[in-house]
Design a protein around this ligand. Structure first.
Ligand SMILES: Nc1nc2c(ncn2[C@@H]2O[C@H](COP(=O)(O)OP(=O)(O)OP(=O)(O)O)[C@@H](O)[C@H]2O)c(=O)[nH]1
Length: 554
């Protein structure tokens, strides 16, 4: 079933990748659950390493990282991806992956995954010349309770290799590693330690000891199919032979190195071999041959050094890029903080503006309302000041004021103006007989009746006092005014009083004068009409009298 197929694929993925690939292809992808599907994809990416298209492998891992949650599988993906990225010399990506992996190991409690991840980090940091960090990871593996013997063998081997370069190791460290790797059944790493021990003895000029382990090492080196290990050992072995005076064997071994690595993959061993060969040939007097080796040696050294320089530059650049990115992220963080503060500020400003706007709108509305109220009050006050509260016609003061305006205008235009005064007859009697309320009703009915006779813009009606009223007639001479007064008198006299609940008669006496008689003078007009009215009263009331004198009679 799928579970078993995935487990077998995983077990064989390193030792027998092609069988593992076959097993993986048998998995029924449709019946996988979420977790199995992710494991399947991991194995698929892992095995794709052996197809050689490492960019494709990296792309598969990247896609997988998008979908794998913070889990043990994520640690595996990062570890494997780190190996591929650093093999591809994608230094920047490698540094990033190493950083993520380290962070994840801190966060996730997956101790069973730690040794494998530490291995990845150990290899990476060793590869990028950060041996101090690499040694930290080696120690972590060696001290880890869940680390397998294989992992510990690997960590110890790497530690020895690093310390050998630093000349900070003793032979026991190699023997410890050899016995550990033997018990872990890791012949490859046993050999590795043998080679390193051999190099150590050579370094220490302990040629006898080197000689003793040389045969065994050579046998082991030849049994593992790894050119790097073989060529570096054989180059070292050639040096030993030369140091011991066995120039023939030394030359033979050095030539073996050249033969072994025709592709010039492992330049350090080749440089060792060429150096030895040119020295041997020079010592033997074969200068032409020595010169030829020296030429190749120079080329290899130049290429090796430029590669080293390029690598260290690339590493520096990657580290610089990362630092730069980190500081950019910090800068962005600060910018974001600034922006959010700014946006808070803007929001506050907007809120203040909205509030200010609200206040302004409120103030405008209040102002409009206030001015409306004021105007209404003004109108009301003006109305109260100018009109008679009971009948609604102009009061005496305003009637006189408006009359004066019209007289002045008429005087300018030389047009006649007439003034009618009328006074209700025996009004006191009405009040006394029917009550004051009925008296009020009569006053209102009389005004209504008069207004019906009047023309709005031409006639001005006012209450002069008590039961006396005036009508100023624009552009009207006395004869026309007399006729109009007569119509008014008749109208008043025919008012139907039964609506008041009583039946009685209403009448009024009229006096009329005009400006032709008394001039454009308000007082004169008032006096003349008053005189005429007095006459009407005197001659029996309910009649119209015209002023028949002149201004000088007043
Ligand atoms: N109901 C009422 N009576 C008023 C009003 N103003 C004045 N009067 C009354 O009108 C009466 C006027 O009486 P008089 O001056 O004697 O005049 P009259 O009774 O009309 O007599 P003649 O003018 O001589 O016809 C008084 O009794 C006043 O109290 C008012 O607004 N309402």
């Amino acid at each position: 079933d799928n579970q078993a197929l995935l487990a077998r694929t995983e077990a064989l993925r390193l030792s027998d990748p092609s069988t593992a690939m076959g097993l993986l292809s048998e998995v029924d992808q449709n019946s996988l659950n979420q977790a199995e599907r992710l494991r399947y994809r991991y194995l698929e990416a892992y095995l794709s390493t052996f197809n050689g298209d490492l960019d494709h492998t990296l792309a598969m891992y990247s896609a997988l990282l998008e979908d794998v949650p913070e889990s043990a599988l994520r640690i595996r993906v990062l570890t494997s991806m780190l190996g591929v990225a650093s093999y591809k010399k994608n230094w920047r990506q490698s540094f990033e992956l190493a950083g993520s992996l380290d962070d994840l190991l801190e966060q996730v409690r997956a101790p069973e995954r730690q040794p494998e991840a530490y291995k990845g980090l150990l290899v990476f940091y060793n590869n990028v010349e950060q041996q101090d960090i690499a040694l930290v990871y080696a120690s972590r593996i060696l001290n880890h309770t869940l680390a397998t013997k294989e992992s510990k063998c690997f960590a110890l081997t790497m530690r020895n290799e690093i310390n050998l370069k630093r000349q900070a190791v003793n032979e026991n460290a190699f023997y410890d590693a050899i016995s550990l790797c033997e018990s872990a059944k890791q012949p490859y790493y046993v050999t590795f330690n043998n080679v390193h021990l051999f190099e150590f003895y050579l370094e220490q000029q302990e040629l006898d000891k080197a000689q003793i382990i040389a045969q065994d090492a050579l046998r082991k080196v030849n049994s593992v199919d790894f050119v790097y290990l073989r060529s570096s050992f054989i180059a070292a072995y050639a040096r030993l032979k030369a140091a011991m005076g066995d120039t023939e064997e030394a030359r033979k071994l050095a030539l073996d190195v050249l033969q072994l690595d025709k592709a010039e993959q492992f330049q350090e061993s080749l440089i060792d071999a060429y150096q030895l060969l040119s020295t041997l040939e020079a010592d033997a007097g074969n200068f032409a041959q020595a010169y030829a080796y020296l030429t190749t040696l120079n080329r290899l050294e130049a290429s090796f050094h430029s590669e080293q320089v390029a690598k260290s530059l690339a590493l520096q650049q990657a580290r610089f890029d990362l630092k730069n990115k980190e500081s950019q992220i910090e800068l962005l963080d600060k910018k974001n903080q600034l922006l959010s503060t700014e946006s808070e500020l803007v929001q506050e400003q907007v809120q203040s503006m909205i509030m200010a706007l609200g206040l302004a709108v409120f103030a405008v509305i209040a102002l409009l309302f206030w001015s409306y109220r004021t105007r209404r009050l003004q109108n009301r006050l003006r109305h109260l000041a100018t009109t008679d509260a009971l009948t609604g016609v102009y009061n005496r003061g305003h009637f006189a004021e408006r009359s004066q305006q019209l007289i002045s205008k008429a005087s300018d235009n030389s047009q006649p103006i007439s003034l009618i005064f009328f006074d209700l007859d025996h009004f006191k009697r009405i009040n006394d007989t029917h009550g004051h309320q009925i008296g009020d009703w009569v006053l209102c009915e009389v005004v209504k009746t008069i207004e019906q006779c009047c023309i709005a813009n031409k006639h001005l009606v006012g209450r002069i006092g008590g039961e006396e009223f005036g009508i100023l007639m624009d552009n009207t001479d006395q004869s026309t005014a007399l006729a109009f007064a007569e119509r008014c008198r008749e109208a008043i006299n025919t008012i139907d009083t039964h609506f008041s609940g009583f039946n009685f008669n209403i009448s009024a006496s009229f006096g009329v004068s005009d400006t032709r008689q008394v001039g454009y003078n308000l007082d004169n007009l008032f006096s003349a009409s008053d005189l005429a009215l007095y006459q009407s009263k005197k001659y029996g009331r309910n009649q119209v009298c015209g002023y028949d004198g002149s201004a000088s009679d007043l």
